[in-house]
Design a protein around this ligand. Structure first.
Ligand code: SF4
Ligand code: SF4
Length: 339
């Protein structure tokens, strides 16, 4: 397999960034990690994953859609989208890489979201296999193997080397841009390291969590469960879980009066918010119980029912560590399970 000595990884990132913009997971001042544009001198984070997922690259928190300019009774409609250049996201974890497949099922089906597609077409996802999964990780529950991440190109860091395997044409283009630095090497030590990680994964606290009893078949039992009241009782409706989640995909569209016309933009929204479903006639979800139930029913029941069994969660564990009242999808699954 193609590989590079670990001490040359920044040379590789520099070579890659000469061809196209490269983003890497790097530390912030507050100790969290986030994807940042690679500049010489930057370091890859040692944290397992970024606070916010990589979905921002394809589905940003806010995005201008269209502009209306008014001149008397005339209205001019302008497409104000910015042309996107090719870019690489380096170091995406297996869970977040799978989240793109889930977002694709929402945004790339008819009618295709051309804003999302534009970014997807230009972005190359270079994934990084996990070797130190956290106790909050449960991607295996959703059939994800963190030691063999998907993406355009997969990378493993083991035994003093980074190993590279292209999976798509875009991944091959990334490899071509750095090929002068790569050498062929055997994978005996990498294979051992992967086996070790698989052993660690078997011992994770959530290793046995299963989706076996979820999906569309028990929609009514889950919807009418008496567990929702207790589960949602303390929910603050803060929306943190939806904002850190790589698969949450809801947005609102708003108009902003610029003084010369109207700019229409979209921004992330949260089903946990009280005005999320507010319409001209009123709001069909008046209580936090209904809003809370919607979030988890969508991920565990409605989404798989409409997408050939694919769940709307990738087990990244972000909601487990960030919810201020320590409520999360794992607690919901354990409390709710109808055998
Ligand atoms: S992060 Fe926790 S408290 Fe906030 S909306 Fe989500 S479940 Fe409720
Ligand atoms: S529901 Fe929680 S664990 Fe699942 S993908 Fe979203 S943030 Fe990650």
């Amino acid at each position: 397999m193609l590989r590079i000595s670990a001490d040359k990884i920044y040379q590789l990132l520099e070579a890659a960034s000469a061809a196209q913009t490269v983003y890497i997971p790097a530390d912030r001042e507050d100790g969290e990690a986030e994807f940042k544009k690679y500049e010489p001198g930057m370091q890859l984070t040692n944290r397992l994953n970024t606070l916010r997922s990589a979905k921002d690259f394809f589905f940003p928190q806010t995005e201008d859609l269209v502009e209306f300019r008014m001149d008397g009774k005339n209205i001019e409609v302008n497409d104000i989208r910015k042309e996107c250049e090719d870019f690489v996201i380096f170091g995406v974890r297996a869970c977040d890489a799978r989240s793109f497949t889930i977002l694709d099922k929402v945004y790339l089906v008819d009618p295709v979201d051309s804003f999302y597609k534009n970014r997807r077409d230009h972005g190359t996802v270079v994934t990084m296999a996990c070797s130190r999964p956290a106790e909050t990780c449960f991607c295996q529950t959703f059939g994800i193997d963190p030691t063999a991440p998907e993406g355009d190109c997969s990378v493993w860091n083991a035994d003093g080397y980074y190993y590279f395997k292209p999976n798509t044409d875009k991944g091959q283009k990334f490899i071509d841009s750095v090929s002068a630095l790569l050498e062929e090497g055997d994978t005996a030590e990498l294979d051992k390291s992967v086996e070790k990680t698989k052993e660690v994964m078997k011992k994770l606290p959530l290793a046995n969590l299963t989706t076996e009893n979820f999906g569309g078949e028990k929609l009514n039992e889950y919807f009418n469960s008496d567990k929702w009241a207790e589960l949602s009782e303390s929910c603050l409706g803060c929306g943190t879980c939806t904002f850190v989640c790589p698969t949450c995909q809801c947005y609102d569209i708003k108009d902003f009066n610029t003084g010369h016309g109207i700019k229409r933009y979209r921004c992330w929204d949260s089903c946990m918010y009280s005005d999320f479903t507010k319409m001209a006639h009123g709001n069909p979800r008046l209580t936090q119980l209904e809003r809370f139930r919607q979030r988890f029913m969508h991920k565990l029941v409605y989404f798989p029912a409409n997408n050939n069994g694919e769940f709307g969660c990738v087990g990244c564990g972000r909601c487990l560590s960030k919810c201020p009242i320590s409520m999360n999808i794992v607690k919901v699954m354990k409390a709710l399970e109808v055998k």
